[in-house]
Design a protein around this ligand. Structure first.
Ligand SMILES: NC(=O)c1ccc[n+]([C@@H]2O[C@H](COP(=O)([O-])OP(=O)(O)OC[C@H]3O[C@@H](n4cnc5c(N)ncnc54)[C@H](OP(=O)(O)O)[C@@H]3O)[C@@H](O)[C@H]2O)c1
Length: 234
């Protein structure tokens, strides 16, 4: 029976590319996000290409939405892979960051990843098998100015993943943090300013690389991946 992979924030960008790449390796993909129209078109593309995908509504900043998502996923089966990818960035000088913008970044990027992981963890522990992936950022290992909330959320996410990894070694569960540099996705469209998107990492090439590494067989795991342009950060 095909294994199930859950991917959050799969409606566009890196999550969407990951969904396509994971489906190609034979996983049934459960794609979650708020934009159901985009998710349904993604699931249609995967199913037409011979894969299997399901679109489910998910707001990772809302714990009742996560509870409902979990119930719907478990009607399809028990996931052996969870990819926490949903994330947002709001940038600016710290004295101009609103409490709402702080909260939404921490609630989406950090608390959301905790709650989604927690939802699927008991059955992975019971099965003594699983892979939990966190799509972090280079902002989770080095600071950038005008990015305090985003950097805080991603440093926090790296810490959460690292602690979880230690806790889950005895359960044979792989915990993987992925730290990409800037990637050409719609993420940059909502951020004021001009960005050299054409020179950023390609999301499909990135996703293919991530999917290869997170599926390392047996007792081997790539615990942290730092993936940059050869030319470095912008
Ligand atoms: N682009 C980059 O340069 C870059 C670099 C390093 C790391 N990353 C990280 O990679 C991840 C994906 O980024 P991206 O570039 O692909 O961004 P994107 O194009 O803006 O896509 C973000 C995805 O997250 C989903 N999302 C946002 N808030 C959500 C919520 N509350 N609940 C569920 N889904 C939510 C969005 O779906 P809906 O709006 O439909 O909910 C969308 O599918 C993020 O964690 C980001 O921090 C990005």
């Amino acid at each position: 029976m095909a294994k199930i992979a859950v991917i959050t924030g799969a409606s566009q960008g890196i999550g969407r590319s990951l969904a396509h790449q994971i489906a190609k390796t034979g996983y049934k993909v459960v794609a979650g996000a708020r934009s159901m129209d985009k998710l349904e078109s993604l699931a249609g593309e995967i199913n037409n290409a011979g894969g299997t995908a399901f679109a489910l509504s998910l707001d990772v900043s809302d714990s009742s939405s996560i509870d409902n998502f979990k119930k719907e996923v478990e009607k399809l089966g028990i996931p052996s892979m969870v990819i926490n990818n949903a994330g947002i960035g709001r940038f600016g000088p710290t004295d101009e960051v609103s409490r709402e913008d702080w909260d939404i970044q921490l609630n989406t990027n950090l608390r959301g990843a905790f709650l989604v992981t927690k939802a699927f963890l008991p059955k992975m522990k019971r099965d003594q098998e699983g892979t939990i992936v966190f799509i972090n950022s280079v902002a989770g290992i080095q600071p950038f100015s005008h990015s305090a909330a985003y950097v805080a959320s991603k440093f926090g996410l790296r810490g959460f993943a690292a602690a979880l990894r230690e806790e889950l070694r005895e359960y044979n569960i792989k915990v993987i943090s992925v730290h990409p540099g800037a990637v050409n996705t719609p993420f940059w469209e909502s951020i004021p300013g001009e960005f050299p998107t054409e020179d950023m990492l390609d999301m499909d090439v990135l996703a293919e690389n991530i999917v290869h590494n997170i599926q390392s067989p047996g007792n081997l795991t790539v615990e942290e991946m730092i993936i940059r342009r050869v030319g470095g950060d912008f």
